[in-house]
Design a protein around this ligand. Structure first.
Ligand code: NAD
Length: 485
């Protein structure tokens, strides 16, 4: 085992969970046993919540300008430790080193946004009646929780922790049991940056600990990022316990390619979007709709896909179960009459025979009723459908239950605008394969890709992590009496 067993982080200390049942943390690159993670119990969660509760009065009363100083230092530490954080991310998740570096760079950008919060949270004030003013201010919620998925071991935790904590909350983080290492390192950096003990805590585990978080009476708000199936469970359970909840789910993102699209640029974007992070991105292109004759562009997409080499510029998928599931989708599509133009099944990487690789896969002549057209595959696979008109393409896009992202490739601005207005997704790209809004713009999908109000990052997150206090004040008794006095 390369690393020692993973511990919870509670009240500023790494502590062994009270349970003894562990699961293996295995690198998808070559099957190396990296560590073991213990599935915590409610006893551990209670301890973390108690530590967070204890830290909350002092932290929430610390002026925000002082609180963000921790995040200026944290940002510097992320920069200083970028390579080490990236290799840990790559080891446990499998993504390539350059993808992991990009992930840590995104953490830095998210932290930069948090340091700007004092500029964004100023309240409002107005003299509403003679001598009477109303003012508003943003107040921290208390103890909050963040439950995160496996596909971005560092970035998704950093979607929530800098903003929630800079805004005065104390947090319990529940990492994915598949990639639990990176979060521990983030905790060390936060401590080094001067974050007081108990403000940030980590409790490892799986289903049981997520349920316990949803039920805990002292947790005020929960953010969740993961599959739609679990997002629904968490949203329902958390809100039925009267908690604030924002739950981001899965995706099936459509790229619409029009005949006037620039062939080379479009092909590169489609191939990069479907294969980046081995297709394990909620913003990955999973379906493409060719409008009219785009055969020459599809040829170029295949050329680009063949340049993507497993083990070189393509990492493995997270585990064997995922590899098998993706291959099954491809086989099923083939059996139903689709044509596999580039086939990533049965991929082996020399020297990494225990790695769980799926090569880039391009499937053409997919019809809207096939499961590769409707379900989230979460692998480096693109399912190509054909449409005669833009409206037909939009009908296919609109019919899918998700709504994270959609993109159009065209040189016609009017047509791009037409699609922006009609696509049913929260994040739209024009000639962009992965239309992730960069800070300060917020991240969040629609439909079955998100449950709850607002987005998870950017200004929208301020609403989620705070509550509004409204004061009506008469400073000056001599101002006279009126209906408000
Ligand atoms: P997942 O839903 O399996 O797990 C997410 C978290 O929920 C993990 O911490 C896990 O321990 C916990 N969990 C798993 N099963 C549970 C259950 N039955 N009850 C309670 N908790 C449970 O997701 P994953 O496989 O880790 O991540 C991949 C998924 O996340 C994909 O669907 C992807 O699209 C989605 N995702 C969405 C976004 C977004 O912004 N919309 C971002 C990243 C990932």
């Amino acid at each position: 085992m390369k690393y020692s067993s993973i511990l919870n982080y509670i009240g500023g200390e790494f502590i062994a969970p009270s349970n003894t049942n562990t699961i293996d943390v295995v690198s998808p690159i070559d099957g190396t046993l990296l560590s073991k993670v213990t599935l915590s119990s409610t006893v551990d969660l209670d301890a973390a919540v108690a530590a967070a509760k204890k830290a909350f009065p002092a932290w929430s009363k610390t002026p925000i300008k002082e609180r963000v100083q921790v995040f200026f230092k944290y940002k510097t530490l992320l920069e200083k430790n970028l390579q080490e954080l990236a290799s840990l991310c790559s080891e446990e998740n499998g993504k390539t080193m350059s993808e992991s570096v990009a992930e840590i760079e995104k953490c830095i950008e998210l932290t930069e946004f948090a340091t700007s919060l004092p500029q964004l949270v100023t309240g409002e004030i107005l003299e509403v009646s003679r001598g009477v003013e109303c003012r508003t201010e943003r107040v921290a919620l208390g103890v909050v929780a963040s439950i995160v998925p496996f596909n971005f071991p560092s970035m998704v935790p950093n979607w929530t922790l800098p903003n929630a904590i800079a805004l005065g909350n104390c947090m319990i983080m529940k990492p994915s049991e598949k990639v639990p290492l990176s979060c521990g390192r983030l905790a060390e950096l936060l401590q080094e940056a001067g974050l007081p003990d108990g403000v940030f805590n980590i409790v490892h585990g799986d289903v049981d600990i997520v349920n316990a978080i949803c039920d805990h009476p002292d947790i005020e708000a929960i953010s969740f990022v993961g599959s739609t199936k679990v997002a629904k469970i968490v949203y329902q359970r958390a809100t039925s316990n009267y908690k604030r909840c924002l739950a981001l789910g899965g995706a099936k993102n459509h790229l619409m390619v029009l005949p006037d699209a620039i062939p080379g640029m479009t092909a590169q974007n489609v191939a990069a979007s479907m294969s980046g992070c081995a297709g394990q991105r909620c913003m990955a292109a999973s379906a493409m709709i060719g409008v009219g004759d785009v055969d020459s562009i599809i040829d170029k997409i295949c050329e680009e896909a063949r340049k993507i080499i497993p083990g070189e510029n393509l990492g493995p998928v997270i585990n064997k179960a995922s590899q098998e599931k993706i291959e099954q989708y491809i086989t099923e599509a083939e059996q139903q009459g689709a044509k596999i133009l580039v086939d990533g099944r049965n991929t082996k990487v020399f020297g990494k025979e225990n790695g769980t690789y799926v090569g880039p896969t391009v499937i053409d002549f997919v019809t809207a009723d096939m499961s590769v057209a409707t379900e989230e595959i979460f692998g480096p696979v693109i399912s190509i459908m054909r449409a005669k008109t833009v409206d037909e393409a939009l009908a296919i896009e609109n019919a899918n239950p998700y709504g994270n992202a959609a993109s159009v490739f065209t040189q016609n601005g009017g047509m791009a605008r037409y699609i922006i207005e009609r696509a049913s997704a929260g994040m739209i790209g024009v000639n962009v394969g992965v239309p992730v809004p960069r800070e300060p713009f917020s991240f969040g999908g629609w439909n079955e890709s998100k449950f709850g109000v607002g987005d998870i990052t950017g200004k929208s997150s301020i609403e989620f992590w705070t509550k509004l206090k409204k004061s009506t004040i008469k400073w000056n008794a001599e101002a006279g009496v009126n209906w408000m006095s």
